[in-house]
Design a protein around this ligand. Structure first.
Ligand code: ADP
Ligand code: ADP
Length: 231
């Protein structure tokens, strides 16, 4: 069974915009799939339907065999981490506290949450000794994105959804973040769906690449080599 399955999923917004059309997509356990294509072709809408920030107009979406519409949205989002381009860190909280928020919400003790946050900062390549007690504005854009990834991992969700997570990061740091994230994803066995408009990023990071086209249609869904090899 795939971890994520979309069948005949469509989304027409209230103003009549067809954002996604008849989409079928399977994502395996521990697989990383990238959604790529020009702006406005339904990638973000697709991602948001998976964690029910947006309700599909047609079709069904299941995670781990269960229909997401039957799930309690709060529980659902516990199982699904979500990282966006401009991660919204709490500006008046130290970095470690930003990462601790989720475990604390889940009822973990303060000591445990703090320890876990420190481990995660280390894991995403931020030396806790240097950065844990700083505030978000004291970090670079790339470092803030790492904090965003650490916070998403803090709940230890089996599924991570990422919308242009490295989009605002400068190109040099970006390459390193891509590589490090990929290593982490494999190591932790996370199932990931990542939106990007950058085809290089899509083929470099995806086990499979879903190429979206105008009108929210899926033009191709295949391994990177096949996507690169096609005209
Ligand atoms: P839904 O049917 O999913 O509830 P709506 O059509 O009601 O979505 O729109 C939700 C919100 O998004 C509205 O506040 C609307 O103004 C805003 N919105 C409308 N068009 C766009 C657009 N092209 N891109 C982003 N947001 C939009
Ligand atoms: P992408 O992520 O590929 O850039 P989106 O999923 O954001 O594409 O948008 C797909 C289409 O739906 C676009 O035409 C966009 O303008 C439209 N759209 C996005 N959100 C809304 C909304 N809330 N209301 C109406 N139209 C929307």
């Amino acid at each position: 069974d795939p971890m994520i399955r979309l069948e005949g999923v469509g989304k027409t917004y209230q103003d009549g915009t067809v954002a996604v059309h008849e989409l079928d997509l399977d994502v395996g356990r521990g697989e990383m799939v990238t959604l790529v294509g020009p702006s406005g072709c339904g990638k973000s809408t697709t991602l948001k339907m998976i964690n029910r920030l947006i309700e599909p107009t047609t079709g069904t979406i299941s995670i781990d065999g269960s229909d997401v519409t039957d799930a309690d949205p709060v529980k659902l989002r516990r199982n699904i981490g979500y990282v966006i381009q401009q991660v919204g860190l709490f500006p008046h909280q130290r970095i470690v506290n930003n990462v601790m928020t989720v475990p604390l919400l889940h009822g973990e003790s303060k000591a445990f949450a703090r320890e876990r946050a420190m481990e995660l900062l280390e894991l995403v390549g931020l030396d806790p000794a240097l950065h844990a007690e700083r505030y978000p504005h004291q970090l670079s854009g790339g470092q803030r994105q790492r904090v965003g990834v650490a916070r998403a991992l803090a709940a230890d969700p089996p599924v991570l959804l990422m919308d242009e997570p490295f989009g605002a990061v400068d190109p040099v740091v970006r390459g390193r973040l891509q590589e490090e994230f990929r290593r982490l994803q494999r190591e932790l066995g996370k199932t990931v769906v990542m939106v990007t408009h950058d085809i290089d990023e899509a083929v470099r990071m995806g086990d499979r690449v879903a190429v979206f086209a105008e009108g929210g249609r899926l033009a191709q869904y295949d391994v990177p080599a096949a996507v690169l090899g096609s005209p």
